[in-house]
Design a protein. Structure first.
Length: 423
């Protein structure tokens, strides 16, 4: 008899295989007329943007009715793009500031990562296609930290995503060949330990000379140092990273499609080798004004998302939505054709959220969100259907259910009102 989520080991399926969790973010809303499905349950018809997803119909479900209230203005005025990216995984309201006093909340992926950290080399993997930005004013008085970071370790510590595929590979598996990584592991660990010990000791000595704000920043820094120390100790116990069986990427692709797919390849490798079971991917930050000349859209995405009902702009938005879904279909195909340790596929043993925190880019609304859930959760979920929730439901209710299946015993997450059972 299959073990319940509460009874089995954290981050595992009923068969005992690793259970993976991923969150993928798309920016600026969608063309709802081409996104929305018609009909409900398994007899639904996909919107025209979903052509590439038809072959994966049995492996995902699409939702109507999710909202993220903490991304709304709530008296804070403009800044929906920063609030959208910030609130998507945290279900928390960001403090409106462009200074260092950022405040948000822990994200769902990091709740899971904390629970499973002892079992994998990396607690989580954060990916992006954008550069790193942690400070400055990016959106109507909101810090760039909110807009360029999807995952948050705590209320004031974002998890910086990596956009360079080569750097991701080396973080997962180290540099050099398999034999070279094995030979140099001891030297690297010993070197890092001595440096960390020195930094921690020196920093603690400074603590009593600092003001309140600087002490808080120093404490955050030391917490980060301690986390690295823990990872080093765990790496020593686990040994060298798994051999991925493929060569490291040589450079970041010029093509956006190639960049996205290479990052998806890195995520598949991370899951296949059980280097981590938790990942997030900011496919592009909200407010991104990237153009898509490869599909005939030369204007910026953010600009045309303010379509004002213009048919040409709406048609271009539908093209961009289709493009992103094609990349998602590529990822699902990779997962589906990779066998897991229990004979099932990686996709079967995964829970993957795909979507964004703005529905219509023209209105900047944060209800009726475009959300998909792919994977079977090891058999816990029932894909191949359209789930119309019938009312506005906090997106955090889905996250709470996913944490529950992951083996994390949380009664609430963010603004949740209960674990979502309709999955």
């Amino acid at each position: 008899m299959a073990a319940s989520a509460a009874a089995r080991a954290v981050g595992t399926t009923a068969s005992g295989a690793p259970l993976r969790m991923a969150y993928l973010y798309i920016p600026n809303g969608v063309n709802l007329d081409h996104w929305r499905p018609s009909g409900t349950a398994s007899s639904y018809k996909m919107g025209s943007s979903f052509a590439a997803m038809e072959k994966h119909r049995e492996d995902f479900q699409i939702f109507t009715g999710f909202e993220q209230k903490n991304a709304t203005a709530g008296g804070d005025g403009p800044g929906d793009h920063a609030r959208g990216t910030a609130a998507f995984l945290t279900s928390a309201r960001p403090r409106k500031t462009s200074g260092s006093d950022i405040q948000l909340g822990i994200s769902a992926d990091q709740v899971a990562a904390n629970a499973v950290a002892a079992h994998t080399r990396l607690p989580s993997l954060e990916l992006s296609t954008d550069g790193v930005r942690k400070s400055g004013n990016c959106d109507s008085g909101y810090s760039c930290a909110y807009q360029f970071n999807l995952s948050w370790r705590s209320e004031n510590q974002p998890m910086t995503p990596e956009s360079n595929p080569r750097a991701v590979f080396e973080r997962l598996f180290g540099s050099g060949s398999d034999s070279e990584r094995s030979k140099s592991l001891g030297q690297r660990l010993a070197s890092k330990k001595s440096v960390l010990d020195f930094i921690a000791s020196d920093a603690k000595a400074l603590h009593r000379h600092l003001g309140r704000t600087d002490r808080r920043k120093l404490d955050e820094y030391l917490t980060g140092v301690r986390e690295i120390e823990k990872q080093i100790e765990k790496a020593e116990a686990i040994g060298i990273p798994a051999d991925p069986g493929v060569a490291a990427p040589t450079a970041q692709p010029d093509s956006f499609q190639d960049h996205l797919r290479l990052m998806f390849d890195m995520m598949v490798l991370a899951f296949k080798t059980d280097t981590t079971r938790v990942s997030s991917f900011l496919m592009a930050h909200d407010g991104s004004n990237r153009s898509f000349s490869e599909i005939g859209v030369n204007e910026g995405h953010h600009s045309i998302s303010h379509h004002q009902g213009n048919k040409d702009n709406l048609a271009k938005l539908a093209k961009i939505d289709t493009f992103y879904l094609e990349q998602f279909a590529y990822f699902l195909e990779k997962l589906k054709t990779t066998e897991d340790v229990d004979g099932k596929s990686l996709l079967h043993n995964s829970m993957i959220v795909y979507g964004g925190c703005i529905s219509d880019g023209n209105r900047h609304n944060h209800d009726d969100l475009p959300i998909l859930l792919a994977g079977h959760g090891g058999g816990a979920f029932k894909p191949n259907r359209h789930v119309d929730l019938g009312e506005n439901v906090p997106l955090s209710n889905l996250y709470l259910r996913m944490l529950e299946e992951f083996g994390v015993n949380e009664k609430r997450f963010g603004d949740s009102t209960g674990s979502l059972r309709k999955v």
